[in-house]
Design a protein around this ligand. Structure first.
Ligand SMILES: NC(=O)c1ccc[n+]([C@@H]2O[C@H](COP(=O)([O-])OP(=O)(O)OC[C@H]3O[C@@H](n4cnc5c(N)ncnc54)[C@H](O)[C@@H]3O)[C@@H](O)[C@H]2O)c1
Length: 248
């Protein structure tokens, strides 16, 4: 299939921030590959993009599977000829007190949250290197830099994502590939509401200087900026899109 558009792969695109990002990047003119381990929600996102007159395909993908990620990205490259942007958004989250953390929790969260970012970056490099350009955006979290009850593993994963972003920016920058991260404030998505209760959101809202919680679109806007030519000289940056939560 010949394709004139820039191509963006968004992981965890079936719902929440990933879905909003897929919709936004498609509106910006990308052909979006909406990847999620949940085939039905990925297809729902792609269908919504197409219904709005933009271009998207769904991709059933477990991002923690290294071989699967490499094969899927090679498939995207064969099919569309290029990969211009990758958004590492997928996450599986569980809050557990440190003393109770088991291997399933650690392995699961590291697999989806941190190892997957390594697999997708590896898998995108051949296409981006051939093009001499590419933008990768990883999703960090305020939990990387502040304590969250039960959030030890999540914090470790997201701290790792921020560090990985800086390292990858240095290593891939010479290839023309920019690597940045977005650090979202509190956005009450389905996934986030499974670990934060209404009183937790009241607390987060009260500590957010702009006086409200975030929306998936707030985060998608920041991601879209980092993918765009306007961010051509932005590399290795962790951009807080959090209404100022970080400064309180
Ligand atoms: N919502 C927030 O308040 C918030 C704050 C800080 C950071 N973040 C980060 O933003 C990102 C998106 O958060 P969200 O709240 O939209 O999450 P969410 O849980 O609502 O959505 C996550 C998506 O990832 C998919 N997914 C899970 N495991 C997968 C796997 N192995 N392979 C492929 N897809 C998989 C899920 O099916 C789901 O569609 C995450 O990285 C999260 O850590 C969110």
């Amino acid at each position: 299939m010949s394709n004139e558009k820039a191509v963006a792969v968004v992981t965890g695109a079936g719902r929440g921030i990933g879905r909003a990002t897929a919709v936004r990047l498609a509106a910006d003119g990308y052909l979006v590959v909406a990847a999620d381990r949940d085939k039905a929600t990925a297809e729902d996102t792609a269908a919504a993009v197409r219904a709005a007159g933009a271009a998207a395909e769904s991709l059933e993908l477990d991002v923690s599977d290294r071989t699967g990620v490499h094969e899927a990205f090679e498939g995207v490259r064969r099919r569309f000829g290029r990969i211009d942007a990758v958004v590492n958004n997928a996450m599986w989250i569980r809050y557990v007190p440190l003393v109770d953390v088991d291997e399933e929790t650690v392995d699961g969260m590291l697999g989806v949250g941190l190892k997957a970012a390594i697999w997708t970056m590896q898998a995108a490099v051949p296409a981006m290197t051939a093009q001499g350009s590419g933008a990768i955006v990883n999703l960090s979290s305020p939990a990387a830099v502040r304590s969250v009850p039960g959030g030890a593993v999540y914090s470790a994963v997201k701290g790792g994502v921020s560090s990985l972003t800086l390292q990858a920016a240095g290593e891939l920058g010479p290839l023309g590939i920019r690597v940045n991260a977005v650090l979202p404030g509190a956005v009450p998505t389905e996934g986030a509401r499974s670990v934060v209760d209404p009183s937790g959101y009241e607390l987060r809202k009260a500590r957010t200087p702009v006086g409200r919680l975030g929306t998936p679109e707030d985060i998608a806007n920041a991601i879209a900026f980092l993918c765009s030519p306007d961010a051509a000289f932005v590399n290795g940056h962790v951009l807080a899109a959090d209404g100022g939560f970080q400064v309180t």
